[in-house]
Design a protein around this ligand. Sequence first.
Ligand code: NAD
Length: 337
Amino acid sequence: MATTVMLIRGDGIGPEVIDAAVRAIEATGAVIEWEPMDAGAGAIPKHGAPLPEVTVASIRKNSLCLKGPLATPIGGGYRSVNVALRQEFDLYANLRPARSFPGLVTRYEKVDLVVVRENTQGEYSGIEHFIDPTKNAAESISIITRFGSDRIIRFAFEHARAHGRKKVTLVHKANILKMTSGLFLQVGREIAQSYPDIEFTDIIVDNCAMQLVRDPTRFDVVVTTNLFGDILSDLTAGLVGGLGLAPGANIGEQAAVFEAVHGTAPDIAGKGTANPVAAMIAGSMLLDRVGQKERGVRLEASVRRAIAKGKDLTPDLGGSGTTERFTDRVIEELNAT
Ligand code: NAD
């Protein structure tokens, strides 16, 4: 029986990379029934809102979604739909793997880590306001709870166990943010006691950024709060070749949303040159989630082989290919296995 998955093509390069990912996913023989839905800037003319109620209802019903990037106005306008989705469906775990791609020249060759980012709390709790009528002072409230810390840190340890990973590094700023980041660290130290088979260590976020750039191979699973995870996962994406290659999964008890880490890339939207790899590997994570793991593994392996062969790579990887031509190469690899 086909699994129903909601499809949000998104804004900017979203439709280009999502259409490519759907082609590649279908070429694995995956049995998926897509249910297209609108969200983001593109939804406003039709529905009058960037996150229409019908879209929310569909995610609630289907619990699975493959999503393109959505535009968020900077400094004003409507609230981020991504953040709203994460909070509406309590998608508390954001998994962002970063693995080196053979054939791509990057500073390091053997990076294989995953950032597990808390996705609903911290500085992204959405509690922000100006504190004077002239709007010259503002404050933002960062919420960290024992419950929220406990479940994301456990998620990280469980992920490590399930994927044969050996070490969890908790990233914090407890020297300065003694209560919020301090609580996160304290909960981490407590939970680590229940996982004697996994090495546990903690590191202050600024030092972590420096250590990641100096030697990312010493990291395995990195668990951290929302804002630090957002920033560090872009950094780790850069270490393995850039945003066009970085997939992400937003996972909760009731729903899961798979997407690329990158945004709408307005500078290249509509040119047909967006790199579809991140969206494709997000698709491979989706297949894993829906019990079609073998197809997901084949898809990621085919993407990796296509990159290693270096034909029709998109411009962000130094090639002169297009989204469509590179997708053809991936499908050739899939058909060859
Ligand atoms: P961005 O990720 O869109 O772009 C950053 C740089 O990376 C650009 O130079 C872009 O061309 C390049 N890039 C990104 N994805 C690429 C791909 N697949 N192939 C080739 N090059 C790629 O970040 P931004 O410019 O800061 O954000 C643009 C918009 O996207 C904003 O509205 C932001 O809010 C939104 N955004 C959405 C999401 C999401 O929906 N998950 C994530 C991040 C940003």
